[in-house]
Write a protein that binds this ligand. Sequence first.
Ligand code: UD1
Ligand code: UDP
Length: 375
Amino acid sequence: MRIVTVLGTRPQLIKEAALQPVLRLRHDEFVIDTGQHYDDALAGAFFGELGLAPPDLSLGLGGGGHSDQTGRMLIALEPILVERRPDIVLVIGDTNSTLAGALAAVKLKVPVAHVEAGLRAHDLGIPEEVNRLVADHLSHWLFAPTPTAVGNLGREGIAEGVHLVGDLMRDLAAQIAPAVCDPGPALHAAGRALAQAGAADVAGMLRPGGYLFATIHRASNREREAMLAWATILTTASRERPLILALHPGTRAALADEGVTLGPNVHVVEPLGYRTSLTLQLHAAAVLTDSGGVQRESAWLGTPCLLLRPNTEWVEALEGAGGTIVCVGLDVDRVSVELARLAPVGGSEALAAERARSLDLAPDGAAEAIGTVLA
Ligand code: UD1
Ligand code: UDP
């Protein structure tokens, strides 16, 4: 099949890294990078690190408001799809690039394959919820990562074309995790990466179970009240051990615009490479995040994870983690209670060592399943 894949953000590049080698065994793939993410640390660096082929076309369409960005992508995609005449347009996840790819294809009567179909937080205030709803209802093939996602689609009257294939992110995590299990070399390499990114002081803080790791980037967490709340959470959590915050540049800019500050033991670093991110999650005392990908990775690695959101579309990750992932929203008291329960100071070192020693992460085989269905 002639497939045009439309992507543009960090998590899409990470998922594509699991999908691409398998997809290209059977199909002719042409990748369009919308450029929604354009900073090297959020986009370009992943091509080299994860062995992705360079995009066949880069549109450079990042920035701007949601409709503006999506509109520019639609305008740019139409003539390209007309010229290339693919059999399938493949979109991943729930970003504005996903929405634009699906809409542009459907308007040209090109069937759409949606990877990560069926996820719902049941909250239309989340921009991603709108994107995935539209993409799902326009798609011919719906590749669901979880049984809950299949059920969500069924409740919306979508049964045809739905395939439960598992999670591409799990496949990649299962590939890389064995190489970062040994805390000595793994944290040494992570330290080198941090030093190269200008955070040599933070590199010295990496002791297994001795630090907290955090990421924040959701649109709702860039609003002033939310930023004040999570800044208090991170500052409070960091009183007893250093907290490393790998911060999305959009969140960093929002913090600066609103003059919101973080405590001295919150160490803000640039977005990190995939392997460094996985390493820092595995060997942390606990992870604090609003990321869809990071919460799942923490669940698979067994690292305690506090979800700085009121809800999640990744129901199985939460349930399967046996209580080590908790949706705490932006409640500072709950964070303190859960951290004391899941990652007690003085006890986290032994927990982290045992977790790394016993890690055995099986892949889902999502890429193979997708490639087979499309063939
Ligand atoms: C997007 C996705 C979100 C996904 C996240 C992954 C949408 C609606 N959101 O959120 O689902 O979880 O990517 O990280 O598609 N910016 C930079 N450098 C960049 C990219 C963005 O500084 O390379 C800044 C810009 O000011 C931009 C803001 O971040 O306006 C938001 O970027 P955008 O791509 O719209 O959304 P994300 O928050 O990255
Ligand atoms: N990630 C990364 N570097 C970082 C933070 C996260 O490589 O500094 C990885 C993380 O390990 C996961 C993915 O990015 O694989 C999650 O993407 P993101 O949080 O941007 O988006 P979401 O999953 O919320 O859509």
